[in-house]
Ligand binder design. Structure first.
Ligand SMILES: NC(=O)c1ccc[n+]([C@@H]2O[C@H](COP(=O)([O-])OP(=O)(O)OC[C@H]3O[C@@H](n4cnc5c(N)ncnc54)[C@H](OP(=O)(O)O)[C@@H]3O)[C@@H](O)[C@H]2O)c1
Length: 334
């Protein structure tokens, strides 16, 4: 089968199309014919080596943490999926990824694809949807009437998080540049803050919860904005900045000390909680997201679709930091 592999860390040029042997399937696994995948910032962070102190890749490696496709083989102990099922998943980063014509995934990391979505649309949802769920539901426990700030509302995570926070009954504040203001209002945001014209801390005061996705001074500013005993759920505390400055291993240590200071500092300052959130692979949570999609509550926002062998261009595009919603890789029929 065709897969996109890297044989060393580096820029987008290290991504290469290769012919690889099919992966063996375990008793609790599904083999999926990939119809679509999508690109996430974690892909280029892993590719560049910025995360290698905490997630080392054994080369050659296939990247990609989103898939929508059709089950072609079922492990001996799997009972809830059958050959021919349309499924979607954001599988564990510990296995070979989804930039390929087929992928083997643990069945409990899969759910039936939302019936109302194409494969291209469904592949845009799993990683960002699970992240938004882990941050807003599992970590912040957002309740109706609470004030919630979603940073970078126009990104992959933000476009889903706004819709989920509205569904949870929150008063939703979000940040973006001027060109995306109307899109985020359409997604349900109550107050859109153009970050070039206003500082979010001057507008979104005393938030119950903040989904923090920019890192660096945005994290400091979020901690100053959250209300006493509120929660800042940080999905990007900023490790790559530290590894770039101090190297892959010392960077992790310096970064760890920085975070411990922030967590304790926030507690002592006003009792706020700083929580680091990492997406958890979960078929059960994907099934809940799929139900919300089919009820019309959440729609994925797709910016661009690239073919599988255009993946280097897809990485370069996402790395501009300007994508509006998701960048999809189409592998077979949409
Ligand atoms: N912890 C986890 O498990 C986890 C999971 C998913 C993602 N993440 C991380 O979370 C971050 C966001 O992910 P993503 O997929 O949403 O990224 P993305 O899709 O690449 O985000 C792009 C968006 O960021 C917005 N943006 C850029 N600078 C901004 C600023 N100063 N203020 C507000 N918005 C700004 C841009 O909007 P404008 O063009 O309008 O500026 C653009 O739409 C990444 O660092 C990613 O690695 C972590």
């Amino acid at each position: 089968m065709k897969a996109i592999r890297i044989r060393s860390y580096g820029d987008a040029d290290v991504l290469a199309v290769e012919d690889v042997a099919p992966t063996a399937i375990g008793p609790k696994d599904l083999r999926i014919a990939v119809h679509a995948s999508s690109v996430n910032p974690i892909d280029f962070k892993l590719r560049s080596g910025a995360q290698r102190a905490i997630v080392p890749l054994s080369m050659p490696w296939t990247l990609g943490m989103d898939v929508s496709g059709v089950v072609t083989e079922v492990g001996a102990k799997v009972t809830d999926f059958a050959v021919g099922d349309e499924v979607f998943s954001s599988p564990s980063h510990k296995r070979m990824g989804c930039y390929a014509e087929e992928v083997v995934v643990r069945a409990d990391e899969c759910a039936k694809k939302p019936a109302s979505l194409t494969h291209n649309e469904a592949a845009a949802l799993p990683l960002v949807g699970l992240t938004a769920w882990n941050a807003l539901v599992d970590t912040c426990d957002v309740q109706p009437g609470q004030k919630v700030l979603i940073q970078a509302g126009a990104g992959g995570v933000g476009t889903v998080a706004i819709q989920l926070a509205k569904h949870l009954g929150a008063d939703v504040y979000t940040t973006c540049s001027e060109r995306n203001v109307e899109l985020l209002k359409m997604l349900g945001a109550d107050r859109v803050i153009d970050y070039r014209a206003e500082r979010f801390e001057d507008v979104a005061k005393d938030c119950d919860a903040i989904l923090e996705s920019m890192g660096g001074d945005h994290l400091e500013r979020a901690l100053a904005t959250v209300k006493p005993r509120g929660t800042v759920a940080s999905i990007t505390p900023g490790l790559p900045t530290y590894t770039k400055k101090h190297g892959a291993f010392l960077g992790v240590l310096v970064f760890g000390l920085y975070l411990v200071r922030r967590v304790i500092g926030a507690r002592l300052h006003n009792g706020a909680r700083l929580r680091l959130v990492t997406r958890k692979a979960s078929g059960a949570n994907l099934a809940k997201l799929a139900a919300l999609v089919d009820e019309g509550v959440i729609r994925p926002v797709i910016d661009r679709v690239f073919a599988l062998d255009e993946v280097a261009d897809a990485h370069r595009y996402l790395e501009t930091g300007r994508a509006r919603g998701k960048v999809v890789l189409q592998v077979a029929a949409a």
